[in-house]
Design a protein around this ligand. Structure first.
Ligand code: MN
Length: 711
């Protein structure tokens, strides 16, 4: 285990400005916090954070990163708290330790949750600071180095698989190739030790037989190219056992058929020189047919460009070669980061990778300016969030997405029937903005249908399209159903029966193609029931004014016989509730049909009705159907006068709360020294519930007048 002074000396060696005392304090704090805890290896637990700090110091990371390495397991595994860390080491270190702790907690999720690609993105997105990710990687690297001490084979396998799927690719992504190679190799040793051993033996054998083939081939290539005036750098390297194995598996070939146990990179100045070098090499060595690929004229989707070829060279060895210019080489090594460097400004998405380039610069240069690291926030995936389903499926959504977006991303049907959501186990509003790592459980009910109000907050195209499609067809159904009821009622009142046969031939008169179209037109108010009746039975055309009285009578006497039942109402549907009188289930109601608006429901005592006395054809008898409104969600409006004294408002709201009413809006319309006048919108399921609340309010000494607002 690295001693305290060794670590401090190493850090101050490359970073003279490092806070030596903070490093010392962190070392001691971690040692005390972990106390007598042991690793499975039997080593004191404390050796682990020290090794992690050591790994980080090899990369010459800043002082805060090293301290975070020392402290990274204290909050998760000891009695130390985030507050302790903050007060002893400051907010920056606390933030980093918090970040690493959160990543560690993610590791506890089920394996299915960690579908590799998305999980990697999640880790990136959660690591708001690149240093969090680096500490996490170093942590994993040390855990892999000591994996053999873990007694449970199942656990060793799980950790190795996870490393292979998630951490090695991440290391590659952040550009630390030696971490990636080591992580892969350690996982490979655990998962398929026999294969690894035999590949290593085979590689050793070839090396012994061939001597320094790599050196000789490199030297020969450089010389031959120089003869023709091309200044080239040639790098040869043996592949790692794991990459050999991967290739054998991917191509379904045996070891002997592997052409590229050695790979050479020929790096020249320009694109022209790439092709010249290719010509020279093909002229000097025997070309293996079918192995040539030109990724310069046709680059790979990730911008990779190179010429690939395989030739039989020295001692009949097959040698794979990649020929590329220096610029292409940087792109290949650093990915999009280098590309961005070369095409700064042209590449719009290159912006996301700036941190990567900066990081590499920092790692390359011995004196790492700390503020550079400070500012190296991860900018990747800032426009996305990653959330889990209860089964651990990971969904990628645009930033700002809500549970409804999530529901539709899982399945259209889930979206259509969603009634509520639990986020991380707690009920939350459907319009809640989801955060990275949220576990989202959508509650569904087969009776639920999409609400047009969702359209106001969903942000994914799929959710929006589904909601619109549903609302449109629902609207059409509602209008059709309503229209049919209006027409049937008009016929019944004249003692006639609405027969589709009779109407069929007359459809062109209404410019409708089907009976349903006609009903829809009546439902939207384009035609009245009288219009249809009068067309089928011209003799029933009567002076509507004379009819006024009898219609009035109808409404009063035969309330339900001709009445159109009003079902559960959906905002924006053919039937809506008057905003003047806020009718509630249980209220006496009347419908007014108007062109393009469908049917508006008013309480029978609503003053607005006075505006319609001269247009009786627009009046439609309606009644609440069954236990309409049982599902809740109707809003009644109360006008309340309240004594202006402390606690009065609290008394008022508690009465409403006890009555199970949900205040959706509250407005102070008038305020004097003695009284408030309040306008309160309360969500209740029916008129009885509202009446109970009103009675409760009237009983309260703080409350003066209580009235339902009408008209
Ligand atoms: Mn750890």
């Amino acid at each position: 285990m690295m001693r305290q002074y060794e670590l401090v000396e190493r850090v101050t060696g490359y970073d003279p400005g490092a806070d030596e005392s903070a490093l010392n304090r962190a070392y001691v704090f971690s040692m005390k916090a972990h106390g007598s805890q042991l690793r499975e290896s039997g080593d004191p637990y404390f050796s682990h954070p020290v090794e992690v700090a050591g790994i980080l110091s090899e990369k010459k990371l800043d002082c805060d990163s090293i301290i975070t390495g020392l402290l990274h397991d204290t909050v998760e595994d000891t009695v130390a708290t985030m507050e302790d860390i903050r007060s002893l080491f400051g907010p920056n270190v606390a933030r980093l330790v918090d970040g690493v702790t959160k990543l560690s907690q993610l590791e506890a999720m089920s394996d299915r949750a960690k579908q590799a690609e998305n999980f990697r993105k999640l880790l990136l997105a959660m690591s708001e600071d690149i240093r969090v990710l680096l500490v996490k990687q170093a942590d994993r690297l040390h855990n892999m180095r000591t994996l053999k001490f873990v007694r449970s084979e199942e656990k060793r396998h799980r950790i190795a698989n996870e490393t292979m799927d998630i951490y090695a690719p991440l290391a590659e992504r952040i550009g630390i190739r030696d971490w990636k190679d080591e992580l892969e190799d350690l996982s490979f040793a655990e998962l398929n030790g026999d294969a690894r051993t035999s590949i290593i033996n085979r590689l050793d054998f070839l090396k012994q037989r061939g001597g320094d083939i790599v050196g000789r081939v490199s030297a020969e290539l450089v010389e031959r190219l120089a003869d023709k005036g091309i200044d080239a750098e040639v790098y040869g390297r043996e592949k790692t056992p794991f990459s050999v194995w991967r290739k054998m598996r991917r191509k379904h070939i045996g070891f002997e058929q592997l052409s590229d146990i050695m790979a050479f990179r020929v790096i020249v100045g320009t694109v022209e020189e790439c092709y010249q070098a290719l010509g020279i090499i093909h002229g000097q060595y025997r070309v293996v047919p079918g192995r040539f690929k030109d990724y310069i004229s046709i680059p790979k989707p990730n911008e990779y460009r190179s010429l690939h070829t395989t030739v039989i060279g020295l001692e009949n060895q097959r040698i794979e070669m990649q020929i590329r210019s220096r610029e292409m080489h940087q792109v290949a090594e650093l990915g999009v980061a280098a590309h961005w460097q070369f095409k700064q400004g042209e590449q719009t998405d290159g912006r996301q990778y700036r941190w990567l380039r900066e990081l590499l610069e920092i790692l390359e240069h011995a004196e790492a300016p700390e503020e550079f690291l400070e500012n190296t926030k991860l900018e990747m995936f800032t426009d996305q969030v990653f959330c889990f389903s209860p089964k651990g499926e990971l969904k990628e959504l645009p930033r700002g997405a809500t549970p409804v977006d999530f529901a539709y991303a899982v399945h259209t049907e889930i979206g259509d029937t969603c009634v509520g959501v639990k986020i991380n186990g707690e009920r939350a509003p459907l319009r809640t903005e989801l955060k990275n790592g949220d576990q989202v459980e959508i509650l569904t009910s087969k009776d639920q249908t999409p609400s047009p109000t969702w359209e106001g907050f969903v942000i994914t195209g799929k959710a929006r399209a589904c909601i619109r499609r549903f609302v449109r067809s629902q609207q059409r159904d509602e209008y059709t159903k309503l229209g049919r009821e209006i027409v049937e009622k008009a016929f019944r009142r004249e003692g006639r029966v609405f027969e589709e046969k009779a109407v069929q031939g007359l459809l062109p008169k209404f410019s409708c193609r089907t009976i349903d179209d006609l009903c829809e037109a009546v439902g939207t108010g384009q035609y009245t029931g009288q219009d249809v009746l009068g067309t089928v039975f011209p003799e029933t055309r009567v002076n509507e004014n004379d009819d006024d009285k009898s219609e009035e009578q109808d409404r009063k006497n035969d309330k339900n016989e001709f009445a159109v039942p009003i079902r559960g109402l959906i905002p924006g549907m053919a039937v809506h509730l008057g905003t003047c009188c806020h009718p509630l289930p249980g209220d006496q109601i009347i419908g007014i049909s108007s062109t393009g608006k469908g049917l508006t429901i008013h309480t029978t005592d609503c003053e607005t009705l006075a505006n319609f006395v001269n247009v009786p054809e627009q009046w439609v008898d309606v009644h609440w159907e069954g236990g309409a409104g049982e599902e809740g969600g109707r809003v009644g409006r109360l006008l309340v006068t309240l004594t202006n004294r402390p606690g009065a408002l609290a008394a008022l709201t508690s009465v409403i709360g006890r009555g199970q009413g949900n205040i959706t809006n509250l407005k102070i319309s008038d305020r004097s020294t003695e009284f408030f006048e309040l306008q309160i919108d309360i969500e209740v399921s029916n008129v009885d519930q509202l009446s109970d609340i009103i009675a409760g309010l009237r009983a309260d000494p703080a409350v003066g007048l209580v009235e339902r607002e009408r008209g």
